[in-house]
Design a protein around this ligand. Structure first.
Ligand SMILES: NC(=O)c1ccc[n+]([C@@H]2O[C@H](COP(=O)([O-])OP(=O)(O)OC[C@H]3O[C@@H](n4cnc5c(N)ncnc54)[C@H](O)[C@@H]3O)[C@@H](O)[C@H]2O)c1
Length: 344
């Protein structure tokens, strides 16, 4: 019986991964630790609230900045997957303190505990992000693309990414660094663009587009991210430890085309767009070169954009009670690139 510790397991991707492991590995003990910030909720977990401590699943309401707690939980684990982070780019422009605390120092504390128990740990998967690259300097961004983080969120995640690598190089921890491109799917917070557009259509609102809407991202469905992390966790260590893997589709979509796909899918003809100023530190384009994970582990994403988006739309249509309470958090006041104070 293996024990897997999942940090940030009550958030969007962490909870999808927790539910995935719960369903696909009945022989595993799962420990989730999550500080339940505004972005996390126990409603995302695979068990009901009154079952949060059962035989194979335990939930710890706690902070990755708590070294003693991390020591206790990691001392009982065979594998660690570290998702916990402050994750919203715009919020990091508004107030970045928590980003550097959780994303950098929190990762240091998790990595210190990993170091202490490295002899019993099989794997430590650190979830980084494609944001560490900044705007694409070539058609497809491979793992060797320069690191040019453009927002405080990206800089904090970049610090964490290199911190984990340095611990691998210096202390020989069994670390693997994963850089997912933009994830989408059910249970993503309304502050992120796809849920914001979908719920705006449901509510009959205008869709708020940053700049001219031509900035472009590479989207991967969260189910594919879960499958990829599973493949990394269970691969022979000589194939993955000390490595960095991109996770993406290899295609980019502009934010405007994304809005059009969503309104088209939801048969909404009367939504209009309001254009607000561009986000300072905007990444203009991200397109993954995800050939390394395909070459090393045979992994390719399975969920097609049209199918993944349609499933995501259905989920938001059917789960209004889950997202209604987040409506007030969709807008954040920031000073835009042109110096104007705007809600983003
Ligand atoms: N969503 C994306 O598109 C995307 C893309 C690439 C990488 N990532 C990375 O994937 C990871 C998960 O992202 P997400 O979208 O699920 O984020 P999320 O904001 O939905 O979830 C983050 C979770 O971490 C928890 N958390 C925050 N601070 C904590 C702390 N100090 N201690 C313990 N728990 C804490 C929150 O309560 C929440 O449950 C993050 O590391 C993020 O940087 C996300």
């Amino acid at each position: 019986m293996k024990t897997i510790l999942i940090t940030g397991g009550a958030g969007f991707i962490g909870s999808a991964f927790t539910r995935y492991i719960y369903q696909n590995y009945p022989g595993y003990n799962i420990i989730v630790v999550d500080a339940l910030t505004y972005a996390g909720t126990v409603d995302n977990l695979p068990v009901k609230n009154w079952q949060l401590q059962d035989e194979r699943f335990s939930f710890w309401y706690g902070n990755v900045l708590n070294g003693e707690l991390m020591d206790t939980l990691i001392s009982q684990s065979d594998m660690v997957v570290h998702f916990a982070a402050e994750s919203h780019v715009t919020r990091s422009i508004y107030d970045n303190t928590q980003f550097f605390q959780t994303d950098v120092l929190g990762t240091q504390i998790v990595a210190n505990a990993v170091c202490k128990y490295k002899d019993r740990l099989e794997r430590f998967v650190h979830i980084s992000t494609s944001e560490v690259y900044g705007t694409a300097e070539c058609d497809h961004m491979g793992e060797e693309h320069p690191l040019n983080p453009l927002s405080p969120y990206a800089a904090a995640k970049c610090g964490a990414d290199r911190l984990v690598y340095s611990y691998y190089a210096t202390y020989d921890i069994p670390a693997v660094i994963v850089r997912p491109f933009n994830n989408y799917g059910p249970r993503q917070h309304l502050e992120k663009v796809i849920p914001r557009f979908i719920t705006s259509v449901i509510l009959g609102e205008e869709l708020r587009v940053h700049g001219n809407g031509q900035s472009a991202r590479d989207f991967i469905h969260v189910d594919d991210t879960c499958r990829a992390v599973d493949a990394i966790l269970h691969a022979p260590s000589e194939k993955v430890v000390g490595e960095v893997f991109n996770l993406g589709s290899g295609q980019h979509r502009t934010i405007l085309s994304l809005a059009e796909d969503i309104t088209g899918l939801m048969c909404s003809s009367d939504n209009c767009y309001i254009h607000v100023g561009d986000r300072p530190g905007q990444v203009m384009r991200h397109t993954a070169d995800a050939s390394k994970i395909e070459r090393v582990l045979g992994f390719t994403p399975k969920v097609k954009w049209e199918e993944g988006l349609a499933r995501t739309v259905e989920w938001y249509k059917n789960n209004e009670s889950w997202w209604r309470k987040q409506l007030w958090m969709r807008e954040i006041p920031i000073v835009t690139a042109s110096g104007k104070r705007e809600l983003h």
